[in-house]
Design a protein. Sequence first.
Length: 129
Amino acid sequence: MASYRTGLSRARGLGSAKHGVGSFLVERVTAIALVPLVLWAVYSGLYLSVQAYEGAVTWIRSPLNAVLLGLLVVTGFWHMHVGLRVVVEDYVEKPLGKSTLLLLNLFVCVLGGALGLFCILKVAFGGAY
């Protein structure tokens, strides 16, 4: 049977998901934060490309470099998590597939961020040799 209701009439009463704006803002804020961090990382990578292993270890033991590298890892994985979550929520229709991909996204991002931070801290506090 054909529906004579307008699109607006069908959409009324559905409400919002209550998290779309939050995801949008987090994605934009992390993207803005990543701009200077990635520029710093590219500059640092060029500097480190001519250093030996000991020079790289000395570089990462600097508190400023260790903190900025940690911020880059955390912000990068957070940005990836939010962005992929939005993609999965928007384009995966099957509930089981959506739930599986959302959990996989969470686990991969948390594991990657934790491993990155662990490696930075291990080298920064002297466990690299």
